[in-house]
Design a protein around this ligand. Structure first.
Ligand code: GLA
Length: 373
């Protein structure tokens, strides 16, 4: 890879969410952090009217015509990039011909938001070569729009926001209704976070995700008949106790998860600020149980991984992170026992599921970075 040929190295992050799962699209608060697992874009303006895409580890060459960006929906790997640039342009921003080399260190399909990292870094790269000031929240919103309209996942704002606006050493307490964002220092004392991928093959995230989202919208419509609320996150525990009977079956369970998870996010941020790690661990466990029993997005593999983590005396909390249906767990583990923990986790998970998990080493890092080359 000949870096000198490019003007900038631009990066955006994958993310973990500490807690606040499946609440971003309900106007709730989430608590994600940006990872040092990133997508890198090496970029330079080329003076033409095409955006030439290349990858460090995928033998593929795609040239995008700036005036036809809407027509690459079916082109694997290039679709997220074309979609992001398309949305950015539709929002009134300039695009210029460019050479872009992609180097993605966020494992694909891991649930750590490789797609958000690609979308966000693509737009940031275009900002760099068009000399636009870096408006990270605006980039996150455009990237989310690309994911929804171009990739067809009706997602919330959490992933793209964390990918763009993350701050090293901090988790962001992000209010998804207002986008008010408080950066909370991550101080885990004698503990650390272990990220493990359950490696479940072929998960159907998109369709199931959109289905859950529709169920929460149905719940909201029912509450709106009796309460002046604009989002499900505004429904309080007391409201739910009173009006929950308006909902039936699965829709009741989904709404209960959202309302209780929103309360857990506040409690978790407080526990983090007070350095109360056992309280944080208990909240992670409660979140997983709710995602398993009420929201039904865990599945056999993620449950086995969480149980294997909790079977270690050195783990004080574990949960799935991200959309679910596969992907990763995070576990709060005594730092001194990390290697033992990983060994036990791997053995017990493999004994139950038949193949091992993957463990990722990552720091909590800055979101978008731009380096002049
Ligand atoms: C995916 C979506 C996010 C969020 C999570 C679940 O990662 O992209 O917007 O909804 O699932 O919390």
């Amino acid at each position: 890879m000949d870096k000198e040929r490019y003007q900038y190295e631009v990066s955006a992050s994958g993310r973990v969410n500490l807690i606040g799962e499946h609440v971003d699209y309900c106007g709730g608060k989430v608590f994600p952090a940006a990872l040092s697992l990133k997508n890198y874009v090496f970029v330079r303006a080329n003076g033409g009217d095409r955006i030439r895409l290349r990858w460090t580890d995928i033998p593929l060459e795609v040239d995008l015509e700036i005036d036809k960006l809407e027509s690459y929906r079916e082109v694997k790997y290039a679709n997220y990039i074309a979609g992001s640039l398309y949305v950015w342009r539709e929002a009134g921003h300039p695009l210029v011909g460019a050479d872009m080399l992609f180097d993605c260190k966020v494992p694909f399909g891991s649930g750590l938001s490789s797609s958000a990292a690609i979308e966000v870094s693509t737009i940031a790269a275009m900002c760099a070569i068009t000399n636009l000031p870096l408006d990270k929240p605006a980039i996150a919103l455009a990237a989310q729009k690309a994911e929804r309209e171009y990739a067809g996942v009706n997602c919330g704002i959490m992933d793209q926001y964390a990918s763009a606006c993350g701050v090293a050493g901090h988790a962001m307490l992000l209010d998804c209704a207002t986008l008010a964002c408080e950066q909370v220092p991550i101080d885990l004392g004698e503990y650390l976070l272990v990220i493990a991928n359950c490696n479940k093959p072929h998960n159907l995230v998109e369709s199931k995700y959109n289905e859950r989202r529709a169920e929460t919208e149905e719940a909201l419509r029912a509450f709106q008949r009796v309460l002046p609320v604009e989002s499900l996150a505004e429904v309080t525990a007391a409201d739910f106790a009173r009006y929950g009977t308006l909902l039936t079956g699965k829709v009741y369970d989904r709404a209960r998860h959202v309302i209780e998870e929103c309360a857990r996010v506040e409690a978790a941020a407080q526990a983090m600020k007070e350095g109360d790690l056992p309280a944080l661990g208990a909240l992670l466990n409660a979140s997983h149980a709710s995602l398993r029993d009420l929201y039904e997005v865990t599945g056999r593999e993620l449950d086995a991984l969480q149980e294997a983590a909790l079977s270690s005396p050195d783990c004080i909390g574990s949960r799935m992170t991200g959309a679910g249906f596969g992907g990763c767990t995070i576990s709060l583990v005594k730092a001194a026992a990390k290697e033992d923990f990983i060994r036990t986790l791997t053995e017990r998970y493999k004994a139950k599921i038949g193949y091992p998990p993957s463990i990722y080493e990552a720091e909590i890092s800055d979101g978008i970075t731009i380096k002049k080359l």
